[in-house]
Each structure stands twice: as structure tokens, then as C-alpha cells.
Ligand binder design. Structure first.
Ligand code: SAM
Length: 334
């Protein structure tokens, strides 16, 4: 879901900003990486402190325009890359990094952009590309077979009607290619009446995750960030749906806890811990923040302090989510 939203009065509210600033203490200076620049809410807040430097990334080329302006205002303290955060390790970094921030999903401007087609209210051809993509939602819905669509809907959308919706899609598209309206119509015809959330929410979420390869982006974003971070640095991540949160929680928890080597032996004190968890529970927005910026209500912030450099730490993590990565790989057909 959506981290940075404009309120009704079109004001930009970066989610959980105060909480993030109190964790990473930019008042002490340092270099920070903003992996999801968007409209620059976090980057701008960090640059307000003296002696800070920010390196920002975003896959959406539209972010470049806002980034260019900041670059001119904050000469030498800000750099921007139109890159995916899974490639964070390919960026030239000269300073020690204090913290790396992820604010996942898409922004208000992106969901309102009819060219991106992220919303079920968009008209016309299916798209859902955030930027730097290999294929669009149009190819996914009109080319993948029934079983493949069902897997995407089930695992990435956790939609209980995945099978029947995918069957109907495959039947209906023999008449003509499906566009956004036709897809919403199919979903509505299966689900009959709307509950609390729009009928199409979960299916659209699933397609967006697949089109933007959000699972491997998150997995390799976390892995590669950890690789470039020095000990003493912090990784923070704000997520908006349970699938993302599950991945982040497992990553931080599994790499910060004592491991049991055998069920016959007690827990051994594992000196090879990569992270220290500074807070076991996810941080949620305050009632005040939710009142000002309603979409922030589903946000969860997790963070961890890197305490050790360890090789090959990623193996178990990748294995744990291999089923999701396998489903993402269905895109190789497109
Ligand atoms: C919720 S917005 C971030 C808003 C930002 N924190 C702000 O205050 O303006 C998420 C941003 O992450 C970007 N994004 C999503 N996945 C990405 C990825 N894999 N690599 C780089 N950017 C990504 C989106 O294009 C979007 O601009």
C-alpha cells in the first residue's frame, strides 16, 4: 500500500517521519540512503539538518524532476539515481552510511496518475508499471494461463476467489483483450457485493506486485542494503501489507536471534548475529497521524541495527521465500 499520501488539502505527509527521525538522529549529521524517494518527503526532512548527506533512489523516472530541484538547492549534499533499490549495491558510495530507509509501495501521485493504471478507477489499457519494468499488467492478464494467474492472485493478493476469477479471465479474454474496466467487471461479477474494501483491491495488489517484481525487489533490497551498510548502521522499513511485513519481520528477526543447533541441545548463544533488534514490535502511526493522513493507518515500521559483518547470511532468507520468488519467475514467459 501507500506510504506517502497527500491529504485532502493536497499536503504531503511522509509516513511515520517523526518516529524515523528519532531513531536515526540526523541532528548528529551523517549520510543516509532514501531507497524510495517518491516526492522526497524523507530526503527533504533529513537535509533540513546541517551536516547531513542524502543519496536517494526511485524507480519512477518522474521522481527525477523533484530530485533535480533538491540537488540544486542542497549543492553537494544530495544525489539521486533513477534505479531500483535491489541494485543499491551498484551505486558508488564514498561515505559511511548511517541509515538506509525504505518506504514501500507507491505514492498518492502515482495512484492518481492515469498513465500508470494502478487504480481500479483508471480507464483503458492495463499497465501498473512504476518504472524500469520489463512487462505490464496488460501482458500478465492477457497472456499467462489460468493456473499461473491463480497462483499470482492467491500468493500475492491472498484472494480467496483466485481460482474462479482466473478461470473467468481466461474465458472472457478469448472474446477480446481485457482492459481495466473489463477486469474490474469480472471481479465484481464473482464477488457480487463489496465489503469494507473494494472488490478488486486484492487482485490489483497481486498484479502490481507481480508486474513490479516487488518480492525480489524487497528481498534483494534488504540483502544488498545490509551488504553495503557498516556496523553501527540502521535499516528501516515502512510497509503497508502483510506480505511485505512478513518478509521484513523474518529478515530482521532470523538474523538477530540465537539459533537452536539441535532439538536436543539448548539455545546456543550465537555470536554471529548480523543485527540487533532495537524494537521487537512494529511501530504504528499515532491516532493523530492517522487522523491527518488516513492511508497511513496500515503502515508498519520495523528497523534493526547492524552489529556484525557476516558472509552468506542471505541463504536461509532466500530459501524461506523461495515459493514467492518462483511465482515471480513466471514472468520469464512474457
Ligand atoms: C510510498 S512512495 C515513497 C514516498 C516518499 N517516502 C516520500 O516521502 O515522498 C514509494 C516510492 O517507492 C518507489 N519504489 C517502489 N519500488 C521501488 C523499487 N524497487 N526501487 C526503487 N524505488 C521503488 C515508488 O516509485 C515510489 O515513488
Amino acid at each position: 500500500m501507500n506510504a506517502t499520501i497527500l491529504s485532502d488539502s493536497e499536503k504531503h505527509y511522509p509516513v511515520l517521519l517523526d518516529e524515523i527521525l528519532s531513531i536515526i538522529s540526523p541532528q548528529n549529521g551523517g549520510t543516509f540512503i532514501d531507497c524510495t524517494f517518491g516526492q522526497g518527503g524523507y530526503s527533504k526532512a533529513l537535509l533540513r539538518y546541517n551536516n547531513t548527506n542524502v543519496i536517494a533512489l526511485d524507480r519512477d523516472p518522474n521522481s527525477t524532476i523533484i530530485a533535480e530541484k533538491i540537488k540544486q538547492d542542497k549543492k553537494g549534499r544530495f544525489s539521486f539515481y533513477n534505479k531500483k533499490f535491489s541494485e543499491i549495491n551498484k551505486i558508488e558510495i564514498k561515505n559511511k552510511i548511517n541509515a538506509i530507509l525504505f518506504d514501500l509501495g507507491y505514492s498518492y501521485l502515482q495512484i492518481k496518475d492515469p498513465n500508470k493504471g494502478l487504480s481500479f478507477e483508471t480507464k483503458g489499457k492495463l499497465n501498473m508499471r512504476l518504472g524500469l519494468n520489463d512487462f505490464s499488467a496488460n501482458e500478465v492478464i492477457n497472456k499467462l494461463n489460468q493456473k499461473e494467474l491463480e497462483l499470482i492472485f492467491k500468493y500475492f493478493g491472498e484472494d480467496k476467489d483466485s481460482k474462479i476469477i482466473s478461470k473467468k479471465i481466461v474465458k472472457e479474454r478469448t472474446k477480446s483483450d481485457l482492459n481495466t474496466e473489463k477486469l474490474v467487471h469480472i471481479i465484481n461479477s464473482v464477488k457480487k457485493k463489496s465489503g469494507k474494501i473494494h472488490n478488486a483491491t486484492k487482485i490489483f495488489q497481486a498484479i502490481r506486485i507481480f508486474v513490479n517484481k516487488e518480492i525480489s525487489e524487497l528481498i534483494y533490497g534488504l540483502i544488498n542494503s545490509t551488504r553495503i551498510l557498516d556496523t553501527g548502521g540502521i535499516i528501516l522499513s515502512v510497509s503497508f501489507h502483510s506480505l511485505e511485513d512478513k518478509i521484513i519481520k523474518y529478515f530482521f528477526k532470523s538474523l538477530s536471534e540465537d539459533k537452536k543447533t539441535s532439538r536436543y541441545f539448548p539455545l546456543q548463544n550465537n555470536n554471529n548475529k548480523l543485527f540487533k533488534l532495537l524494537s521487537k514490535k512494529a511501530i504504528r502511526p499515532s491516532i493523530n497521524e492517522i487522523n491527518i493522513n488516513r492511508p497511513s493507518r496500515s503502515a508498519k515500521l520495523r528497523y534493526a541495527l547492524k552489529i556484525e559483518n557476516i558472509d552468506n547470511f542471505e541463504k536461509d532468507f532466500i530459501k524461506k521465500f523461495s515459493k514467492l520468488l518462483e511465482i515471480e519467475n513466471l514472468s520469464k514467459k512474457l
